[in-house]
Design a binder for this molecule. Structure first.
Ligand code: AMP
Ligand code: ZN
Length: 481
């Protein structure tokens, strides 16, 4: 089954085909580093982690870019209040952001460009828009003239009448010819940090950074652009207008957006409404980071809103406990990151025999993690019964463990039991006893079992020695398509 993704542009789930075979280039709108990110932000960043991990597991190479918005009204205001430069002020929150990513086990993107380090690229892009007649200047600020880009509104599915009605007029932007027009370059106001450029002294508007940085690192046309649904309009709509007006090429093939994390009464969690919780608050309250990760990832499909509550965290805690227990019941196994790429081994006589396929198919179907997790738990329930009846063979246990590791490559919440030295010593003694009574079949079985646990034996004249084998390298990543 091919990978299918929901594209906000078409409003449909479409088959996914990257521009370059086997390589996905994607851009994810990052945090505005004026404060700690809240767990609503992290719902979106976790959706992007999910997408990234699934693409990797499908065999794609991924180049992901996430910007850090480090110049914008609130940052400038707060930095000035603290008597700091933008860099001095944002440093602490950038550091905190990366710490939070690690706490939530969010895989790192390939690039984290900062807006303040790409002023030149933004100015060049605005210059190109000037040359092509898409801009005008009022009081030293440069605006994008929406009327020059007829496709404006296609992503948000707004007609032009609706656009006018829905447009938010930025209080900063008195000089616009049309309320829909947006600012590319803002003239300096007294006391504000600014840059001296051919466009005049000032600073970039917010939207231009994502066009400039995505195209710098990913090319003028790339595969996937993501964000939360609040980014669709006007931010992503404006990105399309700026980028396509400048290059004359299609900007992005698939637009994907995560629905919001809400508070207990169904309001979007946001800084503005002050109804937000940070990761740090939750950890200080004693919640385990992996339960928070699990809750935000699996609480609902990424395209459905989800309300954040203590019950959601408790359910996540219970689910993780069941996964940990299952790993313990299966016993120590070799550190095997993935079953063989093609299908894996089926678990005979243990329905559902096709859990791996169900898991993969659900994820390929627009990242349906809640469904995939449903299949996983159904399997665990059935296999636990088999374990209790004593019928599960060693091979079946190994296959079940491979499945759990496969799922955990996405979930990243399970704690696997380590092979402890005492267990190894016990098995070596048992093997010796088997050899002493000339039961070589049993002795060999134990050697094989230890090998599967990643332990190699060496029979010397001074007795049996053992060593841990290095974990096998992950399965070769071919070009998935
Ligand atoms: P910001 O730091 O405000 O620029 O937001 C960073 C990311 O978090 C953006 O992709 C937003 O769409 C996303 N976001 C903001 N609030 C929420 C929320 N309550 N739930 C999910 N995503 C959100
Ligand atoms: Zn952006």
């Amino acid at each position: 089954m091919a990978m299918r993704l929901h594209n906000t542009m078409s409003g449909r789930v479409e088959e996914f085909k990257p521009i370059e075979v086997g390589h996905v280039r994607m851009y994810t709108c990052g945090p505005t580093v004026h404060d700690y990110a809240h767990i609503g932000n992290f719902r979106t960043f976790l959706f992007e982690d999910l997408l990234r991990r699934i693409l990797l597991q499908q065999g794609y190479r991924v180049t992901q870019v996430m910007n850090l918005t480090d110049v914008e009204d609130r940052i400038i205001k707060k930095a000035a209040e603290h008597g700091q430069t933008i860099d001095e002020f944002t440093e602490k929150y950038i550091e905190a952001f990366f710490e939070d990513l690690d706490t939530l086990r969010i895989e790192r993107a390939e690039h984290y460009p900062r807006a303040t380090e790409h002023i030149f690229e933004m100015v060049s892009l605005i210059d190109l828009l000037n040359e092509k007649g898409h801009t005008y200047v009022t009081d030293g600020s440069t605006y994008f003239r929406i009327a020059t880009f007829p496709r404006y509104g296609e992503l948000a599915h707004l007609d032009h009448a609706g656009l006018k009605a829905g447009a938010r007029v930025d209080v900063d932007d008195y000089g616009k010819d049309d309320p829909r027009d947006f600012v590319l370059w803002k003239a300096r106001k007294p006391g504000e940090q600014s840059w001296e450029t051919p466009l005049g002294i000032g600073r970039p508007g917010w939207h231009i950074e994502c066009s400039a940085m995505s195209m710098k690192y990913l090319g003028e046309s790339f595969d996937i652009h993501t964000g939360g649904v609040d980014n669709i309009f006007p931010h992503h709509e404006n990105e399309i207008a700026q980028s396509e007006a400048a290059t004359g090429k299609p900007f992005v093939r698939y637009w994907m957006h995560a629905q919001h994390l809400q508070d207990a009464v169904g309001e979007k969690m946001s800084k503005r409404l002050k109804n937000f919780t940070t990761l740090r608050d939750l950890v200080a309250e004693g919640y385990q980071p992996r339960a928070i990760r699990y809750a935000l990832l699996t609480g609902a499909h990424y395209r459905s809103p989800v309300a954040f509550s203590p019950e959601l965290l408790r359910a996540a805690d219970n689910a993780i406990k069941r996964l940990d227990e299952f790993a313990v019941r299966l016993g120590p196994m070799p550190p095997h990151p993935d079953p063989p790429p093609q299908g894996g081994r089926e678990i005979e006589g243990t329905p559902p025999t096709d859990v791996r396929k169900r898991w993969d198919d659900a994820l390929r179907d627009d990242l349906n993690l809640p469904a995939a997790v449903g299949h996983l738990f159904e399997f665990i329930k059935t296999f636990n019964t088999r374990l209790e009846s004593g019928k599960a063979t060693l091979d079946e246990r190994a296959a079940a463990m491979a499945m759990l590791r496969h799922a955990n490559r996405i979930l990243d919440v399970v704690e696997f039991p380590e092979v402890v030295d005492a267990e190894v010593e016990r098995l070596i003694a048992e093997r010796q006893a088997a050899r002493d009574r000339r039961d070589f079949a049993r002795a060999d079985e134990i050697r094989q079992q230890l090998l599967r646990m990643g332990i190699q034996l060496d029979d010397t004249k001074d007795g049996t020695r053992w060593k841990r084998l290095p974990p096998p390298s992950p399965s070769r990543r071919g070009g998935g398509n």
